[in-house]
Design a protein around this ligand. Structure first.
Ligand code: ZN
Length: 167
C-alpha cells in the first residue's frame, strides 16, 4: 500500500455516517435531502466540516430504515403510500392536479428525510402534511386536519376554519 487507504463505509449506532471522500474525515454533515428523480432513492448533499468540500450521495429508500411511531406506540415501516392515501382522500373532488399532489408528497417526504431520525412519530408526519396542504388547498387542509386532529366538537373545528379565514 502506498499511502492509499480504503476505508469501508461504516454505520455506527444505526446512524448513517458518511466519510468525506476528499479528506477522509469519518463524518460529514447533511445539508439537503430530497427524493431523487427515480423516486427510489434519496439524494443528499453533504458537507465536510474539516475541509469544507461538498458532495452528493444517493441512498436507496429501502435501505433507509425509517420507523413510524403510531399513537398507540406501536411501530410500523414508513410508507409513502400511506401519506398519499391521506392526501388523496383530503383532495377528493377538489381542483388539485395529480401532479400537485405528488409534488406535495415529495415536499413532505423531503422534510421527513431531512429530519434524519430513525423513528418519527406519526403526529410529526401529520403536521408536515397539514403544513403542505394548507398552501395547496384549504378545503383539503381542513378535511385532513379534521380527520387527523380528531376534532372533538364543532367548536374546535370552527376555530380551525376561522384560523384559515383570518389569514
Ligand atoms: Zn473533508
Amino acid at each position: 500500500m502506498d499511502g492509499v487507504r480504503s476505508v469501508p463505509a461504516r454505520r455506527e449506532k444505526g446512524q448513517k455516517k458518511m466519510k468525506c471522500p476528499y479528506c477522509n474525515h469519518p463524518d460529514t454533515r447533511v445539508i439537503d435531502s430530497r427524493p431523487a428523480d427515480d423516486g427510489n432513492s434519496i439524494r443528499r448533499r453533504r458537507s465536510c466540516d474539516v475541509c469544507g468540500k461538498r458532495f452528493t450521495t444517493y441512498e436507496k429508500v429501502e435501505t433507509i430504515p425509517l420507523i413510524i411511531i403510531k399513537k398507540d406506540n406501536n411501530r410500523e415501516q414508513y410508507s409513502r403510500n400511506k401519506i398519499e392515501a391521506g392526501v388523496l382522500r383530503a383532495c377528493y373532488k377538489r381542483p388539485v392536479s395529480a401532479d400537485d399532489i405528488q409534488k406535495t408528497i415529495d415536499c413532505v417526504e423531503t422534510k421527513i428525510f431531512s429530519l434524519e431520525e430513525k423513528e418519527i412519530p406519526s403526529s410529526t408526519i401529520g403536521e408536515l402534511v397539514m403544513e403542505e396542504l394548507k398552501s395547496l388547498d384549504e378545503v383539503a387542509y381542513v378535511r385532513f386536519a379534521s380527520v387527523y386532529r380528531e376534532f372533538k366538537d364543532v367548536n374546535t373545528f370552527m376555530a380551525e376554519i376561522k384560523k384559515i379565514l383570518d389569514k
